[in-house]
Design a protein around this ligand. Structure first.
Ligand SMILES: Nc1ncnc2c1ncn2[C@@H]1O[C@H](COP(=O)(O)OP(=O)(O)OP(=O)(O)O)[C@@H](O)[C@H]1O
Ligand SMILES: [Mg+2]
Length: 374
């Protein structure tokens, strides 16, 4: 259970020139931080700033210049993290309009977003999270790999090797008529080796994710039989070697490699049916929330890491009882710090029992002001 005297992962954050926020400071952050205000006041922009601190990018747009405040040349987010033995670690990200960026971790400059991401694991629950259900297999593969990346350092190395091999093989597939088929086969071994390692890492992680998903899901939508099932990217009954050879003709026609760990994904089922077709909007939200929470539990269980949950517009789609249960489940995660946005703060506050672990911030026209529960 959460101990309110424990320092949260993110102790404070300074935001400059993100969307309509010229300058804001959110100090002495707590386990639960509620950011409230009217439409267009800047609530999602606060969450976006936290995401910039953890990943040097926005969760809303790939065109980063849209995030930088109008008429400004750069934006900046700075924060203090709690390190081991509660040592404070300063972290900062500056992104300019001309695409330059600067990351500083504990006083050291770095160009590695991975180093930043490793330290600040972030999970987001917003209207885009429905994509885990509604989107294609790639969305779910990327979602799964977030956890895999956080628990297994080797993963990135093998993933990069697989990507390089696929690039070369796909190139050779497209030119197979003029070159020789050997150029295609040359890369099969590397795809086999890396795919098998990646699959082993994913399988391990997925077992822990599945266990946690099932527990959380029972609490959130107990009356439904929602399950997740991992697919490695090839038919395991055949084996990858055989499957790659079997698909060679098709791959030559299409110009890309159709089996391997890059095609991994997972299915979300309600009984025998595809969950996205079967569940109501509220149930879908609870199912994706279960996945997002299970991810945090799995990462914490396997790596001991603490993480941040950014929950944009929590009350949307949920009735009072489901909102209370989801809040309770989130609060019980002793490794997680939670940032929740909402329009009406009372909808959340009335459902919280541990007020001393909660901090409130009111956002108005891009100004962020700390308030207290009335
Ligand atoms: N680059 C920018 N420069 C200045 N203002 C911007 C920029 N991009 C967006 N805005 C404005 O920032 C404001 C805050 O947007 P934000 O999405 O954070 O609001 P919100 O409080 O989350 O609103 P809602 O309740 O509707 O979700 C909006 O009024 C938007 O028009
Ligand atoms: Mg918003």
């Amino acid at each position: 259970m959460f101990k309110s005297e424990e320092l949260p992962l993110l102790q404070n954050i300074v935001i400059k020139c993100v969307r309509n926020i010229s300058s804001a400071e959110l100090n002495s952050l707590k386990k639960i931080n509620i950011i409230y205000g009217r439409n267009g006041s800047g609530k999602t922009s606060v969450l976006e700033a936290i995401n910039i601190l953890g990943l040097a990018r926005s969760f809303r747009t790939a065109k980063f210049n849209a995030v930088i405040k109008e008429n400004e040349d750069f934006c900046m987010v700075h924060g203090t993290l709690t390190g081991r033995r509660e040592r404070a670690i300063p972290v900062g990200v500056i992104r300019k309009r001309n695409k330059e960026f600067l990351i500083k971790i504990d006083g050291q400059k770095t160009s590695s977003i991975h180093l930043l991401a490793e330290r600040i694991p972030i999970q987001i629950l917003n209207s885009d999270t429905f994509q885990i259900l509604e989107g294609g297999p790639i969305v779910r593969r990327k979602f799964l790999d977030w956890g895999v990346f956080h628990v297994e350092q080797e993963f990135n190395h093998y993933w990069r090797r697989l990507m390089r091999a696929l690039k070369q093989r796909n190139e050779a597939l497209r030119h197979a008529k003029i070159r020789r088929l050997d150029a295609v086969r040359l890369w099969d071994k590397e795809i086999l080796t890396t795919s098998k390692v990646i699959d082993g890492i994913r399988e391990n992680y997925f077992a822990v994710l599945e266990k946690n998903f099932s527990g959380i899901n029972k609490r959130l939508i107990g009356d439904l039989d929602v399950e997740i099932e991992y697919f490695p990217g090839w038919d395991k009954r055949k084996g990858l070697e055989e499957h790659i050879s079997e698909k060679l003709e098709i791959d030559l026609k299409r110009g890309f490699t159709s089996v391997g760990a890059h095609r991994a994904t997972f299915d979300i089922k309600n009984g025998k049916n595809d969950a996205k077709l079967d569940l109501s909007r509220g149930q879908q939200k609870l199912a994706v929330a279960s996945l997002v929470i299970a991810h945090g539990l799995a990462v914490n269980e396997m790596s001991g890491k603490h993480l941040l949950y950014l929950v944009d517009d929590l009350p949307a789609e949920l009735d009072d009882i489901n909102l209370s249960t989801l809040l309770l489940v989130l609060i019980e995660l002793d490794f997680a710090q939670i940032f929740i946005t909402c329009i009406n703060v009372d909808t959340i506050i009335s459902k919280l029992s541990i007020i001393d672990a909660v901090k409130l911030f009111h956002v108005k026209h891009g100004e962020v002001v700390e308030t207290v529960a009335s």
